[in-house]
Write a protein that binds this ligand. Structure first.
Ligand SMILES: [Zn+2]
Length: 193
């Protein structure tokens, strides 16, 4: 099992493709080694991440939760926590992976960030599309580096770097039940942005 590191807070995180997978993880909690101290038997549920619902008001069925390696009541864990995230969730963003995928595709095809964002039908601040786009542009090198072991980048005639990255995602993860961004996060256990 691999773990994603949350760059901001340096919390280890496990990314789940579905609620079913998350429930299965919970069911095996007592048999699962802690990602910090590698001990088995001391993991317990530790509530949901705060602000999650607020940040993800456009998403339908997503949760993120914390797990605690208990050192209380004579438990011998390390006292640290880690988080469980759903692949549909994008860190520090109120858009889910599906909406983000749609937004990025629209920007690449139309060149108009604001118009693309308005099609998402969500709470809107006029600076949000530019911020989100900038995050994507900054993340591109890491996204491509993660995709290359899966498949070679497609040839996009006269494509700009952004359209090549999206086409690469589509090539690697198109045609699955998850959208390519959620599939990227679940398969690679790393955050897209
Ligand atoms: Zn531990």
């Amino acid at each position: 099992m691999s773990w994603a590191d949350d760059g901001e807070t340096v919390i280890k995180s496990r990314i789940y493709a579905s609620e079913k997978e998350l429930d299965e993880f919970y069911a095996r909690l007592k048999l699962t080694p802690c990602p910090h101290c590698n001990q088995t038997g001391s993991l317990i549920k530790h509530g949901f991440l705060r602000g999650y619902d607020h940040e993800n008001q456009l998403q339908k069925t997503t949760r993120a939760a914390r797990v605690f390696c208990s050192n209380r009541n004579r438990a011998s864990g390390c006292g640290r926590t880690f988080s469980l995230s759903m692949a549909e969730r994008i860190r520090r963003l109120f858009l889910g992976a599906e909406s983000l995928w749609l937004f990025l595709q629209l920007v690449v095809s139309t060149g108009n960030k604001l118009a693309a964002f308005r099609q998402l039908d969500g709470p809107l601040s006029d600076s949000a599309p530019y911020r989100i786009w900038k995050r994507f542009v900054r993340a591109q090198a890491a996204i491509r580096a993660a995709l290359i072991p899966l498949c070679s980048p497609p040839v996009v005639p006269s494509g700009n770097p952004e359209s090549v990255t999206l086409a690469h995602l589509q090539k690697a993860f198109g045609g699955q039940s998850l959208n390519p961004i959620a599939a990227f996060q679940a398969k690679l256990q790393t955050f897209f942005l």
